[in-house]
Design a protein. Structure first.
Length: 134
């Protein structure tokens, strides 16, 4: 009978645990996506902080595609100049408080939070934000 002694077993287990934790963290972190409208249409990315600048006129914002069995969850940060209209599409329905889908005013920055609460129904929350001095 041969017996093999592996003195570095603890180091190997620690390395594998670290690799697994890193892979799990990478899959759960949100990316930052710069969204540039093309022909007045801005397509959003799921599991991301989408950033969009609008400079007057109408912009159609298209929600990320559905994935069967998965809920969409993402943010949209809009910086605005001029008079803007934003049309949200790509979901059967939106729900939230009155005014949640209002566009930002001239010079405003608004962050919209979207979470799918039922198949093709997105809950929307809207927050006007300002840069803080530290």
């Amino acid at each position: 009978m041969k017996v093999i002694v592996f003195d570095q077993w603890d180091k190997l287990v620690s390395l594998v645990k670290g690799m697994a934790a890193g892979a799990a963290a990478a899959k759960t972190q949100y990316g930052i996506a710069r969204t540039v409208p093309k022909d007045g249409i801005a397509r959003l990315v799921d599991r991301a902080a989408n950033n969009l600048a609008v400079e007057g006129g109408t912009t159609t914002v298209v929600m990320p595609d559905m994935v069967p069995g998965k809920a969409r969850d993402f943010m949209l940060r809009v910086t605005a100049s001029g008079d803007n209209e934003i049309v949200f599409s790509g979901a059967e329905a939106f729900e939230g408080e009155e005014g949640s889908l209002e566009p930002p005013g001239d010079g405003e920055t608004v962050v919209y939070f979207f979470t799918e609460t039922a198949a093709d129904v997105l809950l929307v929350a809207r927050k006007v934000v300002e840069r803080l001095e530290t």
